[in-house]
Design a protein around this ligand. Structure first.
Ligand SMILES: CC(C)(COP(=O)(O)OP(=O)(O)OC[C@H]1O[C@@H](n2cnc3c(N)ncnc32)[C@H](O)[C@@H]1OP(=O)(O)O)[C@@H](O)C(=O)NCCC(=O)NCCS
Length: 219
C-alpha cells in the first residue's frame, strides 16, 4: 500500500435524496448517515478520514457540482475539499472529425496497446510526436448501458508540433476506430486550468457535463 493510503479510511460514496424530494427530513437522514460512517471509521481507529463520490460507474467520482446536497452533508460532517477539481466532458463520436490528410506532411498513425486503452501514436518516420489513448467502457462494472461508451485515457502532442492539427487528426483516427466498435459516446477529463485541452475539446464538440471536486478530508 502506498504511503498516501496508509492509516486512512474513506467514505467511498454517499448518496441521499436531494432537498427537492417531498420528504422533509432528507438532509437529516444524510447527516445521520455521514455520522454513522464517521463513527465506523473511529471504531477502526484510522488516522485520516477521507470522503468521495465514486459510484461504481465511469465518470462519477469526486463530488460533482450537480450534487450540492451531498457536498453540504460532507461539509456539515466536517469534511473539507483538499484535492483537485476536474472537468468531465462528453462528445458524440459522430461529431468528431473524420481522418483526413495529415496536417503535418509524412504523419502516420500506428495503433498499439497503451497504458489506459488503445493507443494511436502519430509517427514522423520513427519519431513519435503525439499520442492519444481511448478505452471502451463496455466492461465497466454494474452499468449495462455503457457498452457504446469510451473514454480518453491519455493525450499528448510534442510541444514543437502543437497547433498544427495533430491532435485533431489523431481524434479522426480514434473516431474511425470507435465507429468500428459501435461506440458512439466519448468521455474526456481535464483540469480547469488546462486551457489548450479545454479549447481543443470544445472545438471537437465536447460539452461539459460537470466539474467534480476530488479528495475530501475530515478536519
Ligand atoms: C491539448 C493538446 C493535445 C493539443 O494538441 P494540438 O495538436 O496542438 O491540437 P490541434 O492543433 O489539433 O488544435 C485544434 C484546436 O484546438 C484549440 N487549441 C489547441 N491548443 C490550444 C491552445 N494552446 N490555446 C488555445 N486553443 C488551442 C484550437 O481551437 C485549435 O485550432 P486552431 O489551431 O485552428 O485554432 C496539446 O496542447 C498537449 O499535448 N497538451 C498537453 C496535454 C497534457 O499534458 N495532458 C496530460 C494529461 S493526459
Amino acid at each position: 500500500m502506498s504511503e498516501s493510503f496508509r492509516d486512512t479510511g474513506e467514505i467511498r460514496w454517499l448518496v441521499c435524496w436531494s432537498p427537492y424530494s417531498p420528504w422533509a427530513d432528507v438532509q437529516a437522514v444524510g447527516d445521520a448517515l455521514a455520522a454513522a460512517c464517521l463513527a465506523q471509521l473511529d471504531r477502526w481507529q484510522v488516522g485520516r478520514r477521507f470522503a468521495d463520490g465514486s459510484l461504481p460507474a465511469p465518470s462519477i467520482y469526486g463530488v460533482p457540482d450537480v450534487w450540492p446536497h451531498v457536498r453540504a452533508i460532507y461539509e456539515r460532517a466536517g469534511f473539507v475539499h483538499v484535492g483537485d477539481t476536474e472537468v468531465v466532458l462528453l462528445a458524440r463520436v459522430d461529431n468528431l472529425p473524420r481522418p483526413g490528410e495529415p496536417t503535418v506532411p509524412g504523419l502516420a498513425a500506428r495503433r498499439s496497446v497503451g497504458i489506459n486503452g488503445t493507443r494511436f501514436t502519430a509517427h514522423l518516420g520513427e519519431r513519435q510526436i503525439g499520442y492519444i489513448e481511448v478505452e471502451s467502457l463496455a466492461d465497466a462494472e454494474r452499468v449495462g448501458r455503457l457498452d457504446r461508451w469510451a473514454d480518453i485515457g491519455n493525450l499528448h502532442v510534442d510541444e514543437a508540433y502543437r497547433r498544427r492539427g495533430v491532435a485533431t487528426w489523431l481524434f479522426g483516427q480514434v473516431a474511425e476506430w470507435l465507429h468500428l466498435a459501435r461506440v458512439d459516446r466519448l468521455l474526456a477529463y481535464a483540469s480547469p486550468e488546462a486551457e489548450a485541452e479545454l479549447a481543443l475539446f470544445s472545438k471537437l464538440g465536447f460539452v461539459e457535463l460537470t466539474r467534480t471536486a476530488r479528495a475530501w478530508l475530515a478536519r
